[in-house]
Design a protein around this ligand. Structure first.
Ligand code: PMP
Length: 400
């Protein structure tokens, strides 16, 4: 039956992990996958998560199905975390929110809802480049995917002029996807002033902003600081859509905890949107998983655990910032040709190093260092034990 099914290409990021696993050299480093690693290169389960799980075990809760839109305590707490406790639409019960299968699922629900109900267009514009899964998610949701300029290869920074020009040239009421903070894969974000300008342009053109917030807290160490763009757009009256993931900021990767929300005009409209979100979700997976949402809601609703979590998010973000400083310092000390200040200017989990494809190949073959072919590295894979070896290897690869 399946003789005509062609073999698909391997996933570009998970393929890096495969190559890493097959390498037997003790110095090997995997900078492909975007998952936090501690000072010893090990996966990190947050203490806030462990303590929340202990509380949950004592509560001995049942395993009944959740409602289609998930655990209400969780979705309300997630919306509060994103929009802020003083958010006007939140306090006016105008935010439709549903639990989702992490950020990917939230984007997919949003794509499907927009594909079915957004009255003006089927086109969504993504930054170039964007997270590799954005295009297939929205395409498979029935939308047409186009791009807007974002990254400037020459400065290894934001192409703000190009971005503004492309946004101004979009047809009115187009859907535009924005990374709320810690842009993946570049690590390059607009400044608060630039966000304000973008909000004005997006308003003038009546575009529909869809925020993907997969790293709240992970960029700066502060969840409210990282929510600046989302909260600014909302305060300016944009009726945004928002995808949230708790994979990175709570280290709940495999638990698949996320939320999708949309701002509506009033509670009556919210109720109609809610009813249709259920109709979108029900045939996809019926209802979401329990455990991760319980963990996240326990943390978000308990002052002590919330405080502990905030300090752990800050710790993870700061360790990454320290690694950026060390890497930059090392590359300069080693007299590595080129300009490396982008390493410390970029934020979040990733850095777009500017390394070329042949250089990344050399690093894999000669130094056992694995990253995606576009030169993106997961900063979290670096630590005090491997940072010097990594810096020296990069320096050698660049010198050729
Ligand atoms: N959006 C972006 C920009 C991401 O980087 C990621 C994770 N790599 C996601 C969404 C979704 O991840 P998850 O489904 O694990 O929450």
């Amino acid at each position: 039956i399946w003789s005509a099914v062609p073999a698909g290409p391997p996933d570009p990021i998970l393929g890096v992990t495969e190559a890493f696993k097959a390498d037997k050299d003790p110095r090997k480093i995997n900078l492909g996958v975007g998952a936090y690693r501690d000072e010893n290169g090990k996966p990190y389960v947050l203490n806030a998560v462990k303590q929340a799980e202990e509380i949950l075990v004592k509560q001995n809760p049942d395993k009944e199905y959740l409602p289609i839109t998930g655990l209400p305590e969780f979705t309300q707490a997630a919306a509060k975390l994103a929009y802020g406790s003083d958010s006007v639409p939140l306090n006016e019960s105008r935010i439709a929110v549903t639990q989702s299968i992490s950020g990917t699922g939230a984007l997919r629900i949003g794509g499907a809802f927009l594909g079915r109900f957004y009255p003006h267009t089927r086109t969504i514009y993504l930054p170039v480049p964007s997270w590799g899964n954005h295009t297939p998610i929205f395409r498979d949701s029935g939308l047409e995917v186009k791009g807007y300029r974002y990254f400037d290869k020459k400065t290894v920074g934001l192409d703000f002029q190009g971005m503004k020009e492309d946004i101004k040239n979009m047809p009115e009421k187009s859907i535009v996807l924005l990374h709320a903070c810690a842009h993946n894969p570049t690590g390059v974000d607009p400044t608060p002033e630039q966000w304000k300008e973008l909000s004005d342009i997006i308003k003038e053109k009546s575009l529909f902003p869809f925020f993907d917030m997969a790293y709240q807290g992970f960029a700066s160490g502060s969840t409210s600081h990282d929510a600046f763009a989302v909260r600014h757009f909302v305060s300016e009256g944009h009726q945004i859509a928002l995808s949230q993931s708790f994979a990175k900021n709570m280290g709940l990767y495999g638990e698949r905890v996320g939320a999708f929300s949309m701002i509506t005009a009033d509670p009556e409209e919210r109720a109609r949107v809610d009813s249709q979100l259920k109709i979108v979700i029900r045939p996809m997976y019926s209802n979401p998983p329990l455990h991760g949402a319980r963990i996240a809601s326990t943390i978000l609703r308990n002052d002590e655990l919330y405080g502990l979590w905030e300090s752990e998010v800050a710790h993870m973000a700061n360790r990454i910032i320290q690694m950026r400083d060390r890497l930059h310092e090392n590359l300069v000390d080693l007299k590595t040709p080129g300009e490396w200040s982008h390493i410390t200017k970029q934020i979040g989990m990733f850095s777009f190093t500017g390394l070329t494809q042949p250089q990344t190949k050399t690093l894999a073959e000669k130094a056992h260092i694995y990253m995606t072919a576009d030169g993106r590295i997961s900063m979290a894979g670096l630590n005090q034990h491997n940072i010097d070896y990594f810096s020296e290897s990069v320096s050698k690869a660049v010198k050729g």
